[in-house]
Write a new protein. Structure first.
Length: 128
């Protein structure tokens, strides 16, 4: 009887601990430097700015050496993931990212010729 009681208490503790685990929620708002070393030339680095206005997230992507900015469509932020698409060179490119650390996102950009791995590092907020 004593073993059964201890076993039940152990199972209860395990269930309580495992049900208390939650998915890590990231705060993606800010400016992120991205690297995509396997992307076509001219698209291997740049910045992604993720904003929040009126309870909706926005994303803007620009590439190193260019001042042109591409606005993200269908921007979604859920727990530790960020996704959006941009229209570039006649096609939609789907970007999906996952929080890897507080100041790092990893993921991929998928387009007609395949997928390109992305690594984003958050730029520190300016000192006030």
């Amino acid at each position: 009887m004593k073993k059964a009681t201890i076993l039940l208490m152990f199972l209860f503790a395990v269930i309580t601990v495992s049900s208390g685990q939650t998915t890590k929620k990231i705060d993606p708002v800010g400016t992120w430097k991205f690297d995509a070393p396997y992307a076509p030339e001219g698209y291997t680095s740049g910045t992604i700015v993720i904003g929040l206005a009126e309870n909706k997230h926005t994303a803007t992507m620009s590439f190193a050496g260019s001042e042109y900015k591409f606005s993200g469509k269908n921007v979604k932020v859920e727990n530790d993931t960020v996704s959006f698409s941009i229209f570039l060179e006649g096609q939609d490119i789907k970007v999906s990212l996952k929080g890897d650390a507080d100041a790092k996102l990893v993921g991929k950009a998928v387009y007609s010729e395949g997928e390109v791995p992305l690594t984003l590092t958050k730029n520190p907020a300016p000192a006030k």
